[in-house]
Design a protein around this ligand. Structure first.
Ligand code: DX5
Ligand code: ZN
Length: 223
């Protein structure tokens, strides 16, 4: 079974209550929340203040994706804001192992995200510690970009590492995901589909979520 995680970044923030309600009442599994600091990525989105308010109405898993430099400075405050899981970028910290422990100490699920240029091998010494590996399928910073096809190979590599090392981690994919490529990423080993534009820019967002949930595609063994 796979999960669908609509990214609120693509929602209409004048109607945030409707976006939250949509995710609550649809077949979606998680809320995906993109935090951008204008330094690690060129864009600035929102922080703990907004997440804390979303958390008051959100009835599902809050998947917080930190696209910020030195995320170790803010782990406790995002946990306090209501995160269920916190994902940091491997490229954003000098002390990845320590940050993962820090996330776990808050009681949140711990994830590590990899930019398109970052090899899966950077996870070699932390893979057993992880609940989630986030493979970026676009360069982070903006919604609505085109899926990078080379990522399929990386998803397979991550899946392979997880199986061989008996890690509890699941793979999430983020960026340019929609009905056109969901089956391929699931077959490569992904378990969580983040979708921003594909959901919120659609005429029938709940219908797209339902279709994304309905796609079947089991990982094709170890590669
Ligand atoms: C990109 C963010 C994504 C973004 C995905 O940096 O991490 O979560 O919202 O948006 P789409 O699905 O439109 O590519
Ligand atoms: Zn994201």
């Amino acid at each position: 079974m796979h999960y669908v995680a609509p990214s609120l970044l693509a929602a209409d923030f004048r109607r945030l209550d409707q976006a939250i309600e949509l995710v609550n009442t649809s077949e979606a599994d998680w809320f995906h929340l993109d935090v951008m600091d204008g330094s690690f990525v060129p864009n600035i989105s929102f922080g703990q203040f907004i997440i804390e308010q979303v958390a008051q109405d959100a009835k599902k898993y809050l998947d917080v994706h930190l696209m910020i430099d030195q995320p170790e400075r803010y782990i406790e405050s995002f946990a306090r804001a209501g995160a269920t899981g916190i994902t940091v970028h491997a490229e954003a910290t000098n002390h990845l192992h320590r940050v993962i422990q820090q996330i776990k100490e808050t009681g949140c699920k711990a994830g590590v995200a990899l930019n398109p240029h970052t090899p899966v091998s950077v996870l070699e010494n932390v893979i057993e510690e992880l609940d989630l590996v986030l493979i970026m399928t676009v360069n982070p910073g903006f919604g609505g970009q085109k899926f990078i096809y080379n990522s399929l190979q990386k998803i397979r590599q991550a899946y392979d590492m997880i199986v061989v090392r008996n890690s509890p981690a699941i793979i999430e994919v983020d960026g340019g995901i929609g009905l056109q490529n969901a089956q391929k990423v699931l077959e490569a080993g992904a378990r969580v589909l983040v979708a921003g534009s594909a959901v919120f820019k659609a005429e029938d967002p709940a219908g797209v979520i339902q279709q994304l949930k309905g796609i079947s595609g089991n990982p094709v063994g170890i590669v």
